[in-house]
Write a new protein. Structure first.
Length: 150
């Protein structure tokens, strides 16, 4: 069992990240207000991105500098879930919101703009998180319980 520690979204490509205490996540929109979540024909494997705080901490320890988690530009930060090699698994929140893991969320070159070496620090062990699609809509609030079903 894990816990939801963070929620973030960005309204446009390269736009600033906005952190939230609660949000609605839907099968049509992903994280409401996030530009990546809307359904697109043939391109729905990245509606919501999820990263584990433990993986983020490992990357920052390797990097040797502090960076706020939302700079990773993922939507959800969770604690207590091992996300490596979970393609096909479901991430289920207390509200019933269900996400299906579609793959690893590869860190992009923008991470180098955040901190030199961050991209390389996120590469091993799926530290950059996972991409998901929404299977069941539901609300999210910081502190919600979450689990992985394989």
């Amino acid at each position: 069992m894990g816990r939801l520690l963070g929620i973030a979204r960005h309204a446009r490509p390269r736009g600033p990240m906005e952190t939230l205490d609660q949000i609605e996540v839907t099968t049509n929109e992903g994280v409401r207000g996030d530009f990546r979540g809307a359904l697109k024909p043939g391109r729905n494997k990245r509606q919501v991105t999820v990263m584990a705080v433990e993986a983020w901490t490992d990357a920052l320890t390797e990097l040797g500098i502090p960076v706020d988690w939302e700079q990773r530009r993922v939507n959800l930060l969770v604690e207590g879930l091992a996300l490596e090699h979970t393609k096909g698994a479901r991430i289920v929140f207390a509200s019933g919101l269900t996400l299906e893991v579609t793959g690893e969320c590869d860190p992009c070159s923008r991470m180098e703009d955040v901190a030199p070496g961050l991209k390389a620090a996120l590469l091993p062990h799926w530290r950059g998180g996972v991409t998901t699609r929404v299977i069941e809509s539901g609300p999210l609030t910081l502190g919600d319980d979450v689990r992985i079903e394989r």
